[in-house]
Design a protein around this ligand. Structure first.
Ligand code: P53
Length: 492
């Protein structure tokens, strides 16, 4: 009798990384400076600094990553050894268009991804490729002001067209923008406000910028990203009708702090401020409450009739999500008239569940809850989980003469979450088409820039200063994930 998971045989098991967190070689072979290249190392306590260009004497962890630019063949072989069916990474936009507004693409960058995708196919691994994962060209910020400038739509469209044409026979699964919703209510939830408008949109505010001005810039940038995504989807389908092009949102579940009606409304509003991004991607139009918000505030002012035609005609084929943690929302006031303003609600700790060393709550049931919620919103739309995992401090030990990590805490997190994915598929009938865990090999943390916040099945011997041998060692979770995939998910 079969125990544990009972998943479709074509289920996409695997893992996911992003170029800027892994590749290193930040200025090699014509690559331009990206917005990740001006982020210093931080920690749970200390935010990463956004510097004006690349400065001497600063620690920029994305400059070295894990040297994946040179090690991808060996690293992908380790993923294949675990039985990966799919591997998600991003194309570094700056390897293709170093400045973003270049007339011609950089052939060395295009060639690099040709080889990487060939390697994946030789190993039997399906590439899942993100176009824009927190790494837009820095020049598009300094010369154009980031995504709030409509010209960036055209630059992105050109970039998308070039890579869609180049890899039309090598890549089927695409994602346009990584975690596009982070910059909105997620910023309030995670306490990362200034950071996430930078990583999503290349927006940097000075102290004098008012909340309303920030909101206007963010909503305009997000609108431009959505139009750019829709145009890319349409172009992609023209280039290859078999392309599967997806949206990507971080969808940690949201709970009300109490049974007070104001808390219910606050959590609903917080969710709407996230889910409108997927609404636009999936339905091709803004939901009413967002149009009303823009009517009242004048935010998202720079729109054309053609934008709305583009949005309607470039809807995505699937939804991809990241899920790490849940959040609890409390209304700051009982008067509900302004609860759609994030400033009028706040997050509070969840005393029912534990959290990671970085304060991310551990909530496997929340994943099933969220998958159900998304399926209620978008019935039968395929959902791919493209990030889930446990960032933790790992200790390297010797076992049978081999360095390894006994990461039973990571196995426990992943097993509990995958069990909830099974329930969502088998009990709830939700079309989840894949599970890609985050950081199957240790990489630089996006949020903190640390190496020591590790997610991998494979340990990489590098510290927060880029010191170390960069050697790869299998953790205990390596064998666990390998056996899980080999068993079709039954050996949880
Ligand atoms: P790290 C914030 C909130 C939720 C997910 O995050 C986030 C962020 C930004 O840090 O990022 C996603 O490395 C993102 C990945 C990132 C991963 O989650 O801060 O798509 O690039 O590495 C994990 O622990």
């Amino acid at each position: 009798t079969k125990k544990g998971l009972q998943l479709p045989s074509d289920f996409l098991w695997g893992g996911a990384i992003a170029a800027h967190q892994a590749e290193g070689y930040w200025d090699a072979d014509g690559k331009g400076v990206s917005i990740a290249d001006v982020l210093t190392a931080g920690s749970h306590e200390k935010p990463r600094e956004i510097t004006d260009g690349v400065l001497p004497d600063k620690n920029y962890p994305n400059h070295h990553g894990i040297y994946f630019y040179k090690t991808y063949k060996e690293d992908l072989a380790l993923m294949a050894e675990m039985g990966f069916k799919a591997f998600r990474t991003s194309i570094a936009w700056t390897r293709i268009f170093p400045n973003g507004d270049d007339a011609e693409p950089n052939e060395a960058g295009l060639k690099f991804y040709d080889d990487m995708f060939d390697t994946m196919h030789e190993l039997g691994i399906e590439p899942v490729i993100t176009l824009n994962h927190f790494e837009m060209p820095y020049h598009l910020v300094t010369a154009y002001g980031g995504w709030q400038n409509r010209q960036v739509i055209d630059f992105f469209e050109k970039y998308a067209r070039v890579v869609f044409e180049r890899y039309r026979n090598k890549v089927t699964y695409w994602i346009t923008h990584n975690e596009i919703s982070n910059q909105a209510n997620q910023a309030e939830i995670s306490g990362f406000s200034d950071f996430l408008v930078w990583t999503n949109s290349g927006l940097k505010f000075d102290a004098e910028t008012t909340v309303s001005e920030r909101q206007a810039a963010m909503y305009q940038a997000a609108h431009n990203e959505l139009v750019a995504s829709a145009r890319a989807v349409r172009i992609g389908h023209e280039i290859n009708p078999d392309f599967q092009i997806g949206a990507m949102l971080n969808v940690g579940s949201l709970y009300p702090a109490s049974t007070k009606p104001a808390d219910q409304l606050a959590v609903q509003k917080a969710r709407q401020q996230r889910d409108w991004f997927s609404d636009v991607h999936i339905r091709g139009a803004y939901p009413n409450e967002m149009e009303k918000l823009f009517e009242r505030t004048g935010w998202r002012s720079d729109v054309t009739d053609q934008d709305f035609i583009d949005l309607a005609s470039g809807t995505v084929d699937y939804l991809s999500i990241s899920y790490y943690a849940s959040s609890v929302i409390r209304a700051k006031q009982d008067d509900d008239s302004e609860l759609d303003e994030a400033a009028n609600w706040e997050t509070v700790p969840n005393t029912n569940i534990k959290a990671s060393d970085w304060g991310w709550s551990i909530d496997p049931q929340g994943l099933r809850y969220t998958l159900n919620e998304l399926n209620d919103l978008y019935p039968d739309l395929p959902i791919m989980i493209v990030e889930n995992g446990f960032g933790a401090y790992d200790e390297l030990v010797e076992a049978n003469g081999q360095p390894t990590v006994n990461d039973d805490y990571r196995i426990a997190y992943l097993a509990a979450h995958i069990a909830e994915v099974e329930k969502a598929i088998v009990h709830d009938g939700i079309p989840v088409i894949g599970y890609l865990s985050w950081g199957p090999i240790d990489i630089v943390s996006a949020g903190t820039g640390e190496m020591k916040k590790r997610y991998g099945y494979v340990y990489v011997d590098l510290d927060d200063f880029g010191e170390g041998s960069a050697k790869r060692y299998k953790k205990a979770s390596f064998k666990w994930y390998q056996e899980l995939i080999a068993s079709g998910g039954t050996r949880l």
